[in-house]
Design a protein around this ligand. Structure first.
Ligand SMILES: [Zn+2]
Length: 295
């Protein structure tokens, strides 16, 4: 078997562990990554919104929970430990991952099935109980803390355990209302309207600007300008005139950017060209609210 695994050992499987892949956007791509001979890792299943792909037999230990491998069934979700609760519960597209909420629903179905198969309680184990050999559902981060084993903190503090475990225990619980404005500091809501404008602070954190829209959304990013801390700032916005920009970060005057609806978000403006950008100013037309994030 080309996917890495080991024999289980003598202790019974007592843990159901949840992870995030931190890169792969689909279960297929994640499985392909694990298949590579140079990758010393695996998982029992890879989960995205569309499928739960099993690549390691439950009779064997997958390689993803370090010393906990022999006593755990493991699922890797195609998400990121940095995601906020709002991002996990989104039904849109987040960091190139389709419908995280549907992925959570799949994970819940998988947890329920594995708990039933192993007679494991459908609750998240407290750290102290995990350390004491308890049976239950855990985050990789729980194992890291309980056993002082490794540094991984997935699936992250924003992972909505209440939503997932409600669904595990209820079968199919009604979806909670979307959280309101649960955005990270460098995240901004781009309100619907014509010729809207906003500056998003990004000092010290600039890397990428993501603009997250959904398929069929129409969003025109008319202009993007970088704001520099001293002496070299872009001018103030004047309605109808656009920006008095003299630098788009690449030595050019302000230039229009047009959203391509065939390539919905996230949309990366990776090559900013300068290190001293302290904010990004955007101007847009949109008939619906869109989220932008710098991080
Ligand atoms: Zn992990």
């Amino acid at each position: 078997m080309a996917y890495k695994s080991s024999t289980r050992g003598t202790r019974p499987v007592s843990l159901i562990a949840i992870h995030t892949a931190e890169g792969a956007r689909t279960a297929r791509n994640l499985a392909a990554y694990f298949y590579r001979p140079d990758i010393q890792a695996s998982s029992h299943v890879c989960i995205d919104a569309a499928e739960t792909l099993q690549i390691v037999d439950y009779g064997r230990a997958a390689w993803t929970l370090r010393s906990g491998n022999p006593i755990s069934d493991n699922a890797e979700l195609c998400g990121f430990a940095r995601w906020t609760r709002a991002q996990w519960l989104s039904t849109g597209r987040v960091d190139g991952v389709d419908n995280p909420r549907a992925m959570l629903d799949r994970a819940a179905d998988w947890i329920r099935a594995r708990c039933d198969a192993r007679r494991i309680p459908k609750n998240r184990l407290a750290i102290v109980a995990l350390r004491g050999g308890g049976w239950g559902v855990i985050a990789h981060d729980d194992w890291t803390k309980a056993m002082n084993d490794g540094t991984h903190w997935d699936p992250g503090p924003g992972f909505p355990w209440d939503y997932v475990l409600n669904r595990v225990n209820a079968g199919s619980a009604p979806a909670p209302a979307p959280p309101e404005e649960d955005y990270m500091p460098n995240t901004a809501l781009l309100k619907a309207g014509k010729n809207q404008h906003l500056s998003i602070p990004c000092a010290g954190v600039k890397k990428f600007l993501y603009i997250c829209a959904a398929y069929d959304d129409e969003f025109d990013l008319l202009q993007m300008d970088f704001v520099h801390p001293t002496g070299d700032t872009d001018g103030p916005f004047e309605g109808g005139k656009g920006f008095h920009s003299h630098d788009d970060g690449q030595g050019n005057g302000g230039k229009p950017w047009r959203w391509n609806p065939n390539y919905p978000g996230p949309f990366d403006f990776e090559d900013w060209g300068r290190d001293d950008v302290c904010a990004v100013t955007l101007r847009w037309n949109s008939n619906h609210d869109v989220m932008a994030q710098i991080g």
